[in-house]
Write a protein that binds this ligand. Structure first.
Ligand SMILES: [Mg+2]
Length: 181
């Protein structure tokens, strides 16, 4: 399902090494707005440490952001010490495929992490990468995102219902309630 993530998490910080290992993910493409920083460009506590820990364990990271504000993306990339692509026009393939080249991995080894279904998740699915949806850091969005949120909320509700049904059907454990199979 092109609209669905494989995993739905509260924050990027929940993406652990164990989780990546489980799904054979060797690199992550990261969204910026409301995934790594909030509307006021603040990066929540622990994100830098989270990124450092993954990097030190051999997970390659690359930013792919739709914003055309180069400096904003560059600042985040610099802080985390990772490459970046801005004005990427997700869900179109171009930006994500550029990052794939940088990461030098197969599509199915790459997790795409973002807070928006209509850009990050659809883009990942089109590119046959592993889509990971995270909750937005805060409620505040730029206007173009604000318009999309009600649609996305509906999709997420449907997604969660289907995940729940799968858990019951397969006797899976509670930890898999936001995993789409
Ligand atoms: Mg975003």
């Amino acid at each position: 399902m092109i609209l669905y993530p494989k995993l739905y998490l509260n924050s990027v910080k929940e993406i652990s090494l164990e989780l990546l290992k489980k799904y054979n993910i060797k690199g992550l493409i990261l969204d910026v707005d409301n995934t790594l920083i909030d509307y006021n460009k603040n990066m929540p506590e622990g994100i830098k440490e989270w990124a450092d820990n993954l990097k030190n364990s051999g997970i390659d990271l690359c930013i792919v952001s739709n914003t055309n504000q180069k400096q904003k993306v560059k600042d985040v990339a610099k802080k985390l010490g990772i490459p970046y692509i801005y004005f990427a026009m997700k869900p179109l393939k171009r930006g994500l495929n550029k990052a794939k080249k940088i990461l030098n991995l197969e599509s199915n080894q790459i997790g795409v992490v973002g807070d928006q279904i209509l850009t990050d998740i659809i883009g990942a699915n089109i590119c046959k990468m592993f889509p990971i949806l995270v909750k937005p850091i805060n409620e505040r969005d730029i206007w173009v995102t604000k318009i999309k949120r009600p649609i996305e909320t509906k999709i997420i509700k449907k997604y969660q219902k289907e995940c729940k049904n799968n858990v019951t059907k397969n006797n899976a454990n509670e930890g898999e309630k936001n995993v789409y199979k």
